[in-house]
Design a protein around this ligand. Sequence first.
Ligand code: ZN
Ligand code: ZN
Length: 414
Amino acid sequence: MSTAVLFKNARLLDPLLGELQEDRDILVEQGLVKEISDRPISTSAARVIDVKGKTVMPGLIDLHVHVVAVELNLARQVHMPNVLVTLRSVPILRGMLRRGFTTVRDAGGAGFAFKQAVESGLAQGPRLFVSGRALSQTGGHGDMRARSDHMGDPTCACCVRVGALARVVDGVDAVRKAAREELQMGADQIKIMASGGVASPTDPVGAFGYCEDEIRAIVDEARARGTYVLAHAYTAAAIARAVRCGVRTIEHGNLVDAPTATLMAQAGAFAVPTLVTYDALASEGESYGLPQESVAKVADVREAGLRSLEIFKAAGVKMGFGSDLLGESQRLQSNEFRLRAEVLSAAEAVASATVVGAEVLGMSDRLGRLVPGALADLLVVDGNPLADVSCLLGQGERIPLVMKEGVIQFDELQ
Ligand code: ZN
Ligand code: ZN
């Protein structure tokens, strides 16, 4: 339950201004930031926490996770029993929240039931924006069938395999219906596979996913429900095609070039790089069961990742924070900050996981900044993330308190 809490003497981090404001009192009431003042706030709050010397910042937002990716080998987990996948996702959700991610966008796999489980308190985890199952063409990034398997799609709408992050669907009418189904089942936004990928068996990274008519039909359906499409895409050609068809956020984007980044900026499209997943796949993928055909594809995109940040930045493309980790590697989520800070400033890395994330989710007035009226998603941090992101790394060791919507989730300040 949410009770009133007063944080005293905070160094308040504002990611929009990229600065710390000293000696602030922050009053949280009924799940919201009620008041912020540079004078002492007098209150009858149930709890007063003196955070002198510590930073208070908004909760982090990861725009690209897969909470049901319980294994690195995605083809194998498709056949795992639904109950097992679901139960194994519970500690994954909790780990994200412990690392300070109070909101995540699931980029394929989690559906409405996961939101219900978290919102009801059954599972402890971040606020979820779910995509349901991602849409993939036959032979695309979401098609986990082996080359020798010519049976139909093992999934169907009436019998969802929880371990499948995607569903295979082809043709303008069929993708239109699939998008409607995912929206009817509670998807907040629609995810498509618009190019080949790494963790799938038969699709080259350079392949296109879907023809333009199919992408436009899916974008139409999302817009008709007041939402948008996010697209997995690596190459400049695949990114440009998706953006021209109305896709709003480009996931990964490693092989972007300058003209394509300019096109994105002009269209108001966002990039969600996910550098940490290539690091993880390269360093520990094989040992955790990534198939050989995927190991070979990691190198194609990994090196280009850091360079893509420079290209996006130069063109003025807004970048959200993504991680896209699978299985055992999910614990490395916060390392994305470290990789970004190699190319961008620490303040830019922090902005990607707060204000930019909130903008992508259409929640700029509620998330990403601690201002009166915002949802009280709040972290107490030992250190200044604007100077050095290392205090955000690991498993929350330097984040002694995590609050989500006014409720303290983890607390080592007692
Ligand atoms: Zn992807
Ligand atoms: Zn992904």
